[in-house]
Design a binder for this molecule. Structure first.
Ligand code: MN
Ligand code: MN
Length: 280
């Protein structure tokens, strides 16, 4: 266990989906430990069936390659650079990307490469936090700034944010520029309605910060924020996202060091299974 995802049954050349881990957590000053996230999600995958009852599909029918983890970096720019290179190579080889975090900073590396290759992309973001800061602990390349970094590159109007229930006044000024659906105004029922009405013609990247789930469903996160959605809500939402041209997704911020009974890693592993089955 730990070295590859349960469902990974293919070599790189044949695979339609490529999973890779990003064990980076250097800008997480409060409770680091998401560097252990990717392998914890892999371990948790061994508890899952290949068959999804909800989707009536077997993930064993999909060709998946687990490329392992990127190297360990302490400087965010180094992690971002390796992630971008790797993503770039995979996209050129027509792979669907599944990234396992790691703190949220890593998603910038993937989005950056997608923008390079596809020029015009949209990003759908699920999180408890807006992540729109321009700087955090004097660092621009931070988990708290990731959507600001991505928005500055792809255009804030191409970002769709759901589940948000925490942000400071200054960063929320940027939320006026994104498609911003905070959880106190838009709960799961309304999110599903919005997604139903929404048309995004661009290739779309999906980034899921596991703390979008309520701390009861995802206690193993660096910055738990009460009042989140349930795991089951997340699966329903994933299902409603399949109408978009999703070219990859990530699940980030799983911190096994402070998880309880592996609940958070388990939720993340199932999100990976259901996500792949929805989008491929
Ligand atoms: Mn968060
Ligand atoms: Mn986040």
């Amino acid at each position: 266990m730990g070295d590859k995802f349960l469902f990974a049954n293919s070599e790189k050349e044949d695979a339609d989906v490529c999973i890779f881990g990003m064990p980076f957590d250097s800008t997480t000053s409060f409770k680091p430990g998401t560097r252990f996230g990717p392998n914890a999600i892999r371990d948790a995958s061994y508890n899952l069936e290949f068959y999804s009852m909800a989707l009536e599909r077997n993930i064993g029918d999909i060709k998946i390659f687990d490329a392992g983890n990127i190297g360990f970096h302490t400087k965010p720019q180094d992690a971002i650079s390796e992630i971008s290179k790797r993503t770039n190579d995979l996209l050129k080889n027509d792979k669907f990307i599944v990234g396992l975090g790691g703190e949220h900073t890593v998603s910038y590396g993937i989005a950056h490469a997608m923008k390079e290759i596809y020029k015009d992309i949209a990003v759908i973001h699920f999180d408890a936090h807006a992540d729109l800061r321009t700087e955090y602990d004097s660092e621009k390349f931070s988990h708290a700034c990731v959507m600001n970094l991505i928005g500055s590159e792809i255009g804030f109007e191409n970002i769709y944010q759901f589940g948000i229930r925490s942000g400071e006044e200054e960063e929320l000024k940027f939320a006026e520029k994104t498609n911003f659906y905070p959880l106190h105004k838009y709960d799961t029922t309304q999110i599903l309605e919005i997604l139903d009405d929404l048309n995004i013609s661009k290739r779309t990247y999906l980034t899921i910060d596991i703390d979008v789930l309520d701390p009861a469903f995802a206690p193993g996160v660096g910055t738990p924020e009460p009042g989140g959605i349930t795991s089951n809500d997340m699966f329903k939402i994933l299902n409603s996202l399949k109408k978009f041209d999703v070219v990859g997704f990530d699940v980030v911020e799983v911190n096994p060091m402070i998880d309880v009974s592996g609940i958070t890693a388990m939720a993340a592993a199932k999100i990976v299974r259901e996500g792949i089955l929805n989008f491929i």
